[in-house]
Design a protein around this ligand. Structure first.
Ligand SMILES: [Ca+2]
Ligand SMILES: [Ca+2]
Length: 503
């Protein structure tokens, strides 16, 4: 890590400490276990006695996704699917991060956490090497990068996403968590800003992980003006379509809302949030496990709920009374077991951010961990990513000897720095821009809490190879790319940074 990185971190820390006092965060899913006496009796006993992580890490077949019958995996997991869904008894919005739940995992995390090296999910040292110790950037070595203010000091209100419309206009759209989308147009360094959409009146954002959380433009946005958002009300998640004003493409019509999906959120946290279109033209939606801590309702493994999943829907067609259609090759399309046909992949805790690599079509997701492990997953159709049977490569429920058959493990994972909880992974993008050749084809992501940033190289099998970057930035809520594929980072305190070469 460079001195510059540390200085930057110090400055940021001052500001973030203030911020953190108020809101440990947004996706801090990881750390918050707000539990009240009224919530459903937990079926899991997540934090009471942690097993040493290495125990399961050593046997887990990391990065070698198993061919499994998804239906069988889900129904056979046995630790949650039978739980009733949506039986919420805790009102959302009671946001008080309780450190109480962390205690148990400290023990587990500590055995790995002291090392700044990311823990490989695999016990085998071969395929995932530790970050190179050499400071000399070899061709495949760590790129020397800087974070610079992207828009001449312009700030935003809790920016949680930055996306482009894919229409060649060069415009950028910043999602503000309270419920606005701010549009930037014109000169890239000093753009003009205007409000594209303001729906703060219908977005509920009192919980730290609630609000306007995701935005995706229709692949044919230029012609149809459609875009899709993901936001929370007090007790639900809403996936809705809006339309740009045909008379003024720089403004959206707030009255154009068409709700595609609305589903219960039993707790204020773990709402997922990401939306993105795949190369197949379908809309992919990240949902969290619904919240609390440890997935008390067993939503991750329950195929009858939309929570704890990556969903996939066809927004260009309708089936029955739905305002969308089920893609015919969705893994549970047409099933007779009552499984939700929107499900594309499951067993996820809070995949707050995911993205597609436009070159390979690969879907990268960062699933925020409970207390012991943060993970990066390659999402494939019908697979079960383990939660809450496993947290990363560790058994979670039960704490040892969990049934791992049919579960797909992360391609990379890391424990909290210091092993004391307080980590929250923010998924990024595979870099496909031009200005930083050293990043080409590498997946860039960060930890929201401690500010570490990494790149991953992945050849399609086995664990990914990680390199920690020499920059740090706390509070990165999200990454974004512009139409040229250049990379930005949204910082929840209001700034948007651009990632550039150091020299
Ligand atoms: Ca929730
Ligand atoms: Ca997992």
């Amino acid at each position: 890590m460079t001195g510059m990185g540390r200085n930057a971190e110090k400055k940021r820390k001052t500001q973030l400490l203030v911020l953190a006092g108020v809101a440990l965060t947004l996706m801090l899913a990881a750390c918050s276990g707000q539990r009240s006496g009224t919530e459903p009796a937990p079926s899991d006993t997540p934090a009471v006695s942690a097993e040493p992580p290495a125990q399961t890490g050593g046997t887990a077949p990391v990065g070698v996704p198993q061919a499994t019958d998804p239906a069988g995996g889900g129904s056979g997991a046995g630790s949650g699917p039978g739980q009733p869904d949506g039986n919420a008894s805790e009102p959302p919005g009671i946001a008080s991060p309780s450190p109480g739940r962390e205690g148990a995992s400290r023990e587990g995390g500590a055995s790995r956490g002291e090392s700044p090296q990311p823990a490989s999910p695999s016990a085998s040292p071969g395929p995932s090497e530790p970050p190179p110790a050499s400071a000399e950037p070899a061709p495949s070595g760590p790129p020397r990068l800087r974070l610079v203010d992207a828009f001449g000091g312009m700030t935003f209100t809790k920016p949680v996403a930055l996306v482009h419309a894919g229409d060649g206009s060069g415009r950028l759209f910043v999602v503000e968590q309270p419920g606005r989308i701010v549009m930037l147009s014109g000169a890239s360094g000093h753009p003009e800003r205007s409000v594209f959409l303001d729906i703060r009146d219908r977005v509920y954002d009192r919980g730290w992980e609630q609000g306007l959380l995701g935005l995706a433009f229709h692949p044919d946005f230029e012609r149809n003006g459609y875009f899709y958002i993901n936001y929370t009300t007090q007790r639900t998640t809403v996936i809705a379509r809006y339309r740009a004003d045909p008379a003024n493409p720089d403004r959206a019509d707030p009255d154009s809302e068409l709700i595609l999906l609305e589903f219960d959120q039993p707790y204020q946290n773990h709402n997922g949030g990401q939306l993105a279109f795949g190369a197949d033209g379908y809309l992919y939606i990240a949902t969290g496990d619904g919240g609390s801590a440890g997935d008390p309702q067993g939503n991750g493994q329950n195929l009858k709920t939309l929570l704890g999943k990556i969903l996939r829907i066809d927004v260009d067609r309708q089936s029955g009374s739905l305002n969308y259609a089920i893609p015919p090759d969705n893994p549970f399309a047409g099933n007779r077991d009552g499984y939700r046909e929107e499900i594309y992949a499951y067993g996820l805790r809070n995949p707050w951010r995911f993205s597609f690599d436009p070159a390979t079509g690969r879907l990268w997701a960062a699933d925020v961990g409970q207390n012991a492990m943060e993970e990066i997953d390659i999402i494939e159709k019908g697979r079960n990513y383990g939660w809450n049977v496993m947290e990363g490569s560790l058994c979670f429920n039960p704490r040892s000897g969990c049934r791992q058959d049919g579960l797909t493990l992360p391609v990379w994972e890391y424990p909290p720095l210091g092993g004391r909880g307080g980590a929250s992974v923010t998924g990024g993008y595979v870099y496909r821009g031009k200005e930083i050749p050293e990043l080409q084809g590498k997946y860039v992501f960060a930890d929201y809490m401690d500010g570490r940033m990494w790149v991953l190289e992945y050849d399609g099998s086995g664990p990914a190879r990680a390199t920690e970057l020499d920059i740090r930035q706390q509070g990165i809520s999200s990454f974004g790319v512009d139409e040229n594929g250049e990379l930005y980072a949204c910082v929840l305190d209001g700034k948007i940074l651009r990632i550039v070469r150091a020299d």
